[in-house]
Design a protein around this ligand. Structure first.
Ligand code: HEC
Length: 182
């Protein structure tokens, strides 16, 4: 045993260490993974293709180009058209009943929030202005930013529903606040 060249001097607990080399194919594979990881880290395009970063960016750009533009922005014309669509106004009423009555009262006469049935508006009474107020809220005054809580089409619908209450002057509503919009 002692003349075995693979036996190393080192001993522990009476057990002598044996130099047991890994197979050559294994060692080569090991080095290959290191070389590959360096090339990967430096984004060298090995084989065909532009490299992973350029490829990722190209794919994102292609997906963006293919996707329809975000529907966040509703144009004044779209809102005006929705305001004449009774189905959408009814859908808006449902959104209102679920989310808005606690502060604006079921009939829109106002509680914590202002009366929505008069012709005075703090933040403007056009469809676009109401849409903006509802989307962004007035956090300092306690009006939540519904843009983060409702879907865009729900905001559109509740906007046209609120607009339909305008100037209906329900009895028992809160006193007018803001600027009168004729
Ligand atoms: C937690 C209470 C609360 C809830 C819920 C609430 N609002 Fe309001 N809202 C307010 C307050 C308070 C104001 C007044 C903001 C101010 O004084 O600037 C307001 C203002 C408004 C205005 C502007 C009125 C104006 O005169 O310019 C609109 C429009 C409106 N809310 C619509 C809605 C809709 C639609 C919902 C439901 C999706 C809703 N609000 C839910 C509290 C609320």
């Amino acid at each position: 045993m002692a003349d075995n060249p693979r036996l190393i001097e080192h001993q522990y607990d009476g057990i002598q260490e044996y130099d047991n080399p890994l197979p050559r194919w294994w060692v080569l594979l090991f080095w290959a993974t290191i070389v590959f990881s360096i090339m990967y880290a430096f984004n060298l395009g090995v084989g065909s293709g532009p490299g992973r970063i350029a490829q990722y960016e190209a794919e994102v750009a292609a997906a963006k180009a293919a996707a329809p533009p975000p529907a966040e922005f509703t144009s004044p014309e779209e809102l005006a058209a929705m305001a004449t669509n009774t189905q959408i106004v009814e859908a808006g009423k449902a959104v209102y009943t679920t989310n808005c009555v606690s502060c604006h009262k079921a009939d829109g006469g106002g509680l914590i929030g202002p009366n929505l049935t008069d012709n005075a508006w703090i933040h403007g009474g056009t469809l676009m202005e109401m849409h903006k107020t509802i989307t962004e809220g007035v956090i300092a005054k306690g009006m939540p930013p519904w843009g983060t809580l409702l879907k865009p089409d729900q905001i559109d619908a509740v906007t046209v529903y609120v607009a339909s209450m305008k100037n209906t002057n329900v009895p028992g509503g809160k006193a007018a606040e803001g600027t009168v919009v004729p």
